[in-house]
Design a protein around this ligand. Structure first.
Ligand code: ADP
Ligand code: MG
Length: 603
């Protein structure tokens, strides 16, 4: 069988690829916003120029911070630290208070560099500290940088301050500099959108909403987050340099915690996982106090009120308000129709025949031996069933195999290779994929994007190539997308590809997880109770799907409570009881095994 172009006539045909029309729809709001802003000089109103210019500068910072907060879910509350740093580095270098004065353009580039490094340093605690503790640590950095600016008088001018840079050349005039700010803002929008709509951006959302699934897909948080902190640090420091030029004179008290909250709230009211939403949020917060002049003193109160209203009334923020497509009702009574003929193109025939062996695995939690001296071998091309009462250690065993738990003793081997214990992010690359007992998905992302998360290890383009949308990145995206559509067609969710994942039914999520697990082209597939909550006809479809997957040479380890399904499709079955292997054999042998009948099947 060969890959087919679509499935003519079937109800579950793949969604059409987004054509130029869809792209225009995505770009239009940005073109309109930047277009309007670039017409502003026609009004000749320099005051408007100043506040819209400032909004653009704020957005330069927020465009990067958005990836940290809105995509990766890291509460970097004190990001004003990097604005401060960038403002001082640009001003001090171009004023020449520490070195011979250099061109403000070079000073700005230097600030971006310093900001990138500082962003990584300020962001690093996020790998260890959770939510509020990380938020507090960023506040700490903000205070430290302000104190240095105050104390290092010979360079920063202390409380008296330092003159901001004056950009020369074509951007010297007021409106010239305004266009410079708009240009940098447009550039940052493009760069951050490239990252957001890539495997890196999807990986960030997976880290935020489904960390375990992210790891199982080969996403390494310690490798990923520093890249984004680098980007967010560089954009924030660039914003600082521009901010200093707009202010023309900077003192430490220009960089308040209020300002930091403004950036953060702009992202929250804009909506997580969106670019347009936070852009509108930033513009709104920057302009609002100006159009309600008597309210300027009340600005922080205004922001707080706005945040409260949004959180209470539209939890998804501006992005959700603008997401008209998701308000269209979904077809009810949907059926899942797997298309098994799509599988061979997805999982090409494999030659490797190395089995996966769990050898004498032991793992205790406190006094409880969750698995106790357990060995079993999964053969490629076969389904191996794992059954046992609740709490008998089935999920724990999958967690040991997938590297989430480190066993007290024993090993997991792929042929001659021993898998590194306690390193879940290495499994996808080694050819082991899994699903979860409770589906782990990114609710705000589309079904398609969720499946594409599973293809992380297949991407080739580096972070920089991705950020600049170079050829290798575009090829990655094209392939991942085509592959994800094929996987969705195979599991029978092709028609739901563009739907937000949190709108799916529970049963559909189980199939979605299988599609995601097929993305890396795994040699072994671990399924944790995939039939839980499914209706009888859906279980039959699932059985057919698992069988078809195994026939392509994949070894499946199936944890399941529906023993009918297990005895139907498994070549071998292992029965667990209190973490120990009670019996192992063919379905016929297990069904006749007296201990199993007594302990589990009920005699
Ligand atoms: P099953 O999937 O077969 O229902 P589990 O593998 O989830 O069983 O659990 C096996 C045993 O290990 C249970 O007694 C459970 O309470 C215990 N257990 C599992 N995970 C943990 C954990 N993270 N901490 C403490 N105990 C755990
Ligand atoms: Mg379980």
């Amino acid at each position: 069988m060969t890959a087919r172009a679509g499935a003519p006539g079937t109800a579950g045909g793949p969604e059409s690829m987004p054509g130029p029309a869809a792209l225009v729809g995505v770009l239009a709001p940005f073109v309109v916003l930047f277009g309007l802003a670039s017409l502003l000089p026609l009004t000749g109103n320099a005051y408007f120029g100043l506040i819209v210019g400032r909004a653009a500068v704020y957005w330069v910072l927020v465009s990067g911070l958005n990836l940290v907060v809105g995509f990766a879910g890291q509460l970097a509350l004190g990001w004003v630290a990097l604005l401060t740093l960038g403002a001082y580095v640009t001003s001090v270098l171009s004023a020449g208070t520490a070195t011979p004065p250099i061109s403000p353009y070079f000073a700005l580039a230097a600030a971006a560099l310093v900001g990138g490094v500082a962003g990584v340093i300020i962001g690093l605690p996020a790998l260890r500290l959770r939510t509020f503790y990380f938020a507090m640590s960023t506040f700490g950095f903000a205070t430290v940088i302000t104190q240095i600016a105050l104390g290092w008088q010979s360079v920063t001018g202390g409380g008296i301050g330092v003159v901001g840079p004056t950009f020369g050349g074509p951007f010297a005039s007021t409106w010239g500099f305004y266009y410079f700010c708009l240009g940098v803002a447009a550039l940052c929008t493009w760069l951050s959108a490239n990252i957001a709509h890539s495997r890196f951006g999807r990986a960030l959302m997976a880290v935020r909403d489904a960390e375990v699934a992210a790891e199982a897909s080969g996403i390494s948080k310690p490798l990923l987050l520093p890249l984004v902190f680098l980007f967010a640090g560089a954009t924030a420091a660039t914003a600082g340099g521009l901010f200093a030029a707009l202010q023309s004179y900077i003192t430490p008290d220009a960089f308040t915690i209020d300002l930091s909250l403004l950036f953060f709230i702009a992202i929250l009211i804009g909506g997580r996982g969106s670019i347009l939403g936070p852009l509108l949020g930033t513009v709104l917060l920057a302009l609002l106090p100006e159009f309600a002049a008597p309210l300027v003193a009340w600005a922080p109160f205004l922001y707080a009120a706005l945040l409260l209203v949004i959180v209470l009334l539209v939890p998804g923020g501006i992005a959700r308000l603008l997401d008209f497509r998701s308000r269209r009702p979904l077809q009810t009574g949907r059926t899942i129709t797997p298309d098994l003929e799509a599988l061979p193109a997805l999982l090409p025939a494999r030659t490797a025949t190395e089995p996966m062996a769990i050898e004498k695995a032991v793992l205790s939690f406190g006094g409880v031996k969750a698995i106790d001296d357990l060995s079993l071998t999964v053969t490629p091309g076969q389904v191996h069933g794992l059954i046992g009462p609740n709490g008998s250690g089935k999920t724990t065993l999958l967690n040991v195999v997938s590297g989430y738990y480190r066993p007290d003793s024993g090993a997991v081997r792929l042929g001659a290779l021993t898998l590194r214990p306690g390193a879940p992010q290495t499994r996808a690359g080694a050819g082991i994929a899994r699903t979860f007992q409770a589906p782990r998905i990114v609710g705000e992302a589309s079904v398609l994007a969720n499946v594409m998360i599973g293809g992380m290890v297949r991407g080739r383009a580096s972070f920089v190539e991705t950020m600049l949308s170079l050829a290798r990145h575009r090829e990655d995206e094209r392939q991942l997308r085509a592959r994800a559509l094929l996987a969705l067609q195979a599991v029978g969710l092709g028609r739901l590809a563009e739907i937000r994942a949190d709108r799916l039914q529970h049963t559909e999520l189980r199939f979605l997880e299988i599609a995601r697990a097929l993305m890396p082209d795994p040699a072994f597939l671990l399924l944790d109770e995939p039939a839980a909550g499914l209706a009888a006809d859906e279980i039959a479809l699932l059985g057919g799907l698992i069988t078809a997957i195994s026939r392509l040479g994949i070894g499946v380890l199936l944890v399941e409570h529906h023993v009918d399904l297990v005895f139907d499709i498994c070549a071998r079955v292992t029965v667990l009881n209190l973490g120990r292997g009670l019996a192992s054999g063919t379905p016929a042998e297990i069904l006749a095994h007296q201990d199993v009948i007594n302990a589990y099947l009920g005699g």
